[in-house]
Design a protein around this ligand. Sequence first.
Ligand code: NAP
Length: 479
Amino acid sequence: MTTLLDLPSGHYIGGEWTGDRATLTVENPATGAILARVADADAEIGRSALAAAVAAQEHWAQTSPRARADLLMNVFDLLHERAGQFAALITAEMGKPFAEARGEVAYGAEFFRWFAEESVRSGGAYRVAPSGTRRIVTMKQPVGPVLAITPWNFPLAMGARKIAPALAAGCTVVVKPAPQTPLTTLALMALLDEAGVPAGVVNCVTTSDAAGVCGPLIADPGLRKLTFTGSTAVGRTLLAQASQRVLRTSMELGGNAPFVVLASADLDKAVAGAVEAKMRNSGEACTAANRFLVHYSLADEFADRLTAQLSALRVGDGMAPGTQVGPLIDANAVASVEKLVDEAVQRGARVRTGGHRRPGPGYFFEPTVLTDVPADARILHSEIFGPVAPIRSFTTTAAALAEANATTAGLIGYVYGENLGETLTFAENLHTGMVGVNAGIVSDPAAPFGGVKESGLGREGGREGLDEYLETKYLGLAL
Ligand code: NAP
């Protein structure tokens, strides 16, 4: 039996655990039971965390890239050593099935390895100026102290995707995890400490007052970068605050992914990809397929097969053997999904399977397939964040593209087709930062993750992920 890690409950600031007012409760969404209580920071504690990051910045920036890389590799190794315990913690506070939580630990750990490898290659150039009388030298320098604000849906990976590149670049960090899932981040802090990351380089505050703690930090001249993953609404507010200081920002915001099945698609592949793209994390993923657009010649069979697959999934506590779909994060999440489904049904959508919440304890919603969904139903224009697949059919590829792009979100789209030219052209014309081409999952620490339009700014992962934490400095050399 995998046991939970022995967890600290305070704030991690300057290499010390502080704060004894453990009043912020953390629930297990599968049971509603209280799992733990953690410290609840106020603005002053937030400021002390930033002060620690600012104090550690210069020394960390001067630490050799190889030394930083070695520390990040220690983190990677330790995460693999403790994978079972981290996965159990993720399942306990967030709800996803244990096997998926193991996958998140492997994914999260990989950011530390990838950025360990990238940290020794931050780049620079020496060029002859067009005049011939000067030399253009460029070098990369760390941006400086970073505030990282993370959501609850991937408690380890969302933090890892920010902390690993920031450290690789030579930046220090204050991380503020979501109040529903602070335990995994606290466990990560203890692991970073054990891996040898110096005091003050990474700091963590947990709080029920995100705006009250983060607002003053964003206004503080010591902070040089804000990186946020969460909803577009909150991202917009944070961008407005950051604009007052012309702060560097990275924004990973909400999606509304179309999943398009072209006439040439292989239905076996498309249905398997649909299950992955929809059901990963119970649909609580920014990358979740939110709207299925299927060529009319395949639409009925696609709906039948997806219905058969989703209705066969076993819903339950993520720690129970065989569970394939866990609970949603809380009661509000269930209410929000239920409302979207009810409204669609009132507007004429047909429920092929599911359609309802499950009785408690815990916050469960049945895997659901809807057909005959009217084009203007709210469910097609909102991020569902639950296990619901609304299906619509189309007659021409041009109409499918227009419908797929008719959204202010632009994080990811999926397209399935065996006609290479048509499928790639469709992928190129989707207004999104990422496209799964005959693939239901694209996340990879070695690839640039991010969106266009209101889905965000910047990229996480890949070579681009390091640049988010670096400034280019130009030295003009006169001969
Ligand atoms: P959220 O409500 O926007 O919250 C995200 C984080 O921001 C939480 O830690 C939250 O803390 C904090 N926050 C909220 N208001 C704040 C403020 N005024 N100042 C500072 N911090 C503030 O999002 P969520 O419900 O946790 O996550 C779901 C959303 O994240 C979805 O829209 C999803 O698409 C998006 N997401 C995007 C990506 C991506 O890579 N593009 C990845 C994962 C998730 P409190 O809860 O205490 O307010």
